[in-house]
Design a protein around this ligand. Structure first.
Ligand SMILES: Cc1cc2nc3c(=O)[nH]c(=O)nc-3n(C[C@H](O)[C@H](O)[C@H](O)COP(=O)(O)OP(=O)(O)OC[C@H]3O[C@@H](n4cnc5c(N)ncnc54)[C@H](O)[C@@H]3O)c2cc1C
Length: 379
C-alpha cells in the first residue's frame, strides 16, 4: 500500500492550493450573496490547468487519473466548495459517451473554462426514485422532441446539462437515455423560483422542456442506456462530493485551531480547555478517516475495481461528519462564528446540501445493504 503522491500530483495539488487561497477564499462569501460567480474566474481555473484534469490529451486535457482529480477538488473546496464542483471529472466522464463531433466541440472548451456542464435528472415526482423519470424524448427523424420538467438542477448558469429522459416509457430504468442539452435549445425555459439554503454561487433551479428540439446527434451513448451511465457516473461523483465537503471542513478546522490559540477567556487561551481541544482532535480524526475512504474509492475506480459499496459509504457518511465538524468549528468561534463576518455559517449551509444532493443517506445505506446482504433479501 502506497500513500505517497507522484511529483505530478504534488505539483497539481500545490497549484490548486495556491489558486484556492488567492482566487477563491478571499471572495467566495460575496459570490454566495450575489448568487453568481464571475465567469472569467473559470477561464483562470482553466489556464491554471485545474479543470478537466482527467480529459485525455487528444481532447485538450492532461489525462490524469481520478485520484489527481480528487486532490484538485479537495484543494479548491478549501477556497470555495461550490466552485470546486466545476472541476469534477464526472462531467467529462459523461461527455465521453457523446459522439466524436460533440466531444471535439465541448471537451477542449470545458478544459479551458470557456463552457461548463451540469446534470439534469431530478423531477418533481422523482428524486430518490430516479428511474421514475416522466420527461419524454420522442425521436422524429433527426431530432428528439422533449417534454418534461427538471426541478432541481445545480449550476443553472451552465452552458449545458446531461439530461436524462425516457425514450421507452414501458421499460422503466431500461428506457431512459442521456442527452447533451444545450442552454439555447429551442423549447427550453430556465427559471429560478427560489434560493436554496446554500450552494448559491452555482444556483439550483428548473428546466422546463416544451416540445424542445434536441438534435439526434446529441444522444450520449446508446439509446435506453442513460440510467446506467448516470448511476455509474454517481459512483465517481460521490467520492468527489466527499472530498469537496472535506476541503471546506479542513479549512474551517485550521481556521478554528488558529482562533482557539489566540482567543482568551478566564485569563488563558481557550485551547487550554479539553472541552475545546478534544472536539478539534475528534474532527481531525474524522476528516483523516473520511479522506482515506474517498481516495480509496478513486483508486479503486482508477484500477477498474468494484467500488459501489465504498462510494455509497462516502456519500452518506462524509458530508454528515463534515457538517458535524463545521458545526463544532462554528460553536468554538462563539458569536463570531454564528455571524456573517466569518465564512463558517456559509460553509455549513453549503455542505449540508450534500447530505441530500446526488443521493440521500437512506438510499446510500440501501445500496450498501444490497451489496452486502443481497438485493433479494433487502428489496
Ligand atoms: C445540494 C443539492 C444539489 C443537487 N443537485 C442536483 C443536480 O445537479 N441535478 C439533479 O438532477 N438533481 C440535483 N439535486 C436533487 C437531488 O438529487 C435530490 O434532492 C435527491 O435525490 C433526493 O430527492 P428528493 O429531493 O426528491 O427527495 P425524495 O426522493 O422525495 O425523498 C424524501 C425523503 O425520503 C427518503 N426516502 C425516499 N425513498 C426512500 C426509501 N426507499 N427508503 C428510505 N428513505 C427514502 C429520502 O432519503 C429523503 O429523506 C440536488 C439536491 C441538492 C440538495
Amino acid at each position: 500500500m502506497v500513500f505517497d503522491l507522484t511529483d505530478e500530483q504534488k505539483s497539481l495539488q500545490m497549484k490548486a492550493r495556491e489558486f484556492s487561497r488567492n482566487e477563491l477564499l478571499p471572495h467566495f462569501t460575496r459570490w454566495d450573496r450575489e448568487s453568481e460567480f464571475p465567469r472569467d474566474l473559470l477561464r483562470k481555473m482553466g489556464e491554471a490547468g485545474l479543470l478537466g484534469s482527467t480529459v485525455p490529451e487528444e481532447y485538450g486535457g492532461m489525462g490524469t487519473d481520478r485520484v489527481t482529480n480528487g486532490l484538485i477538488v479537495e484543494e479548491l473546496a478549501r477556497g470555495d466548495s461550490n466552485l470546486s464542483l466545476l472541476a469534477f471529472g464526472t462531467l467529462y466522464e459523461m461527455l465521453s459517451f457523446a459522439p466524436e463531433e460533440l466531444k471535439r466541440e465541448w471537451a477542449p472548451k470545458l478544459v479551458r473554462g470557456e463552457r461548463f456542464l451540469g446534470i439534469a435528472l431530478t423531477e418533481p415526482q422523482s428524486g430518490c426514485d430516479a428511474a421514475n423519470v416522466r420527461t419524454v424524448a420522442e425521436r422524429r427523424g433527426e431530432i428528439y422532441i422533449v417534454n418534461g420538467v427538471k426541478n432541481c438542477v445545480s449550476i443553472l448558469n451552465a452552458d449545458g446539462w446531461s439530461l436524462l429522459a425516457g425514450t421507452d416509457r414501458e421499460s422503466g430504468a431500461r428506457g431512459i437515455s442521456m442527452f447533451l442539452l444545450h442552454r439555447d435549445t429551442p423549447g427550453l425555459t430556465i427559471s429560478r423560483p427560489k434560493s436554496d439554503l446554500g450552494g448559491r454561487a452555482v444556483p439550483r433551479g428548473v428546466l422546463t422542456l416544451e416540445d424542445a428540439r434536441i438534435p439526434a446527434g446529441h444522444l450520449m451513448g446508446e439509446e435506453n442506456c442513460g440510467f446506467y451511465y448516470i448511476m455509474d457516473a454517481f459512483d465517481y461523483n460521490r467520492a468527489l462530493i466527499g472530498l469537496m465537503c472535506i476541503g471546506a471542513a479542513r479549512q474551517s478546522l485550521e481556521e478554528t485551531i488558529e482562533y482557539v490559540r489566540c482567543r482568551r477567556s478566564f485569563g488563558r487561551a481557550i485551547s487550554m480547555n479539553q472541552g475545546v481541544s478534544f472536539p478539534i482532535a475528534e474532527a481531525d480524526t474524522y476528516l483523516e478517516l473520511a479522506r482515506n475512504l474517498c481516495f480509496k474509492v478513486l483508486w479503486l475506480r482508477d484500477n477498474d475495481l468494484p467500488h459501489r459499496r465504498e462510494t455509497a459509504m462516502c456519500k452518506w457518511w462524509v458530508p454528515k461528519i463534515c457538517v458535524d465538524v463545521l458545526h463544532q468549528c462554528l460553536l468554538l468561534h462563539g458569536h463570531y462564528g454564528y455571524s456573517q463576518d466569518l465564512p463558517l455559517e456559509q460553509r455549513l449551509r453549503d455542505v449540508l446540501g450534500w447530505e441530500i444532493g446526488d443521493g440521500t443517506a437512506q438510499i446510500q445505506k440501501l445500496i450498501i445493504a444490497r451489496e452486502l446482504i443481497g438485493r433479494e433479501f433487502v428489496g
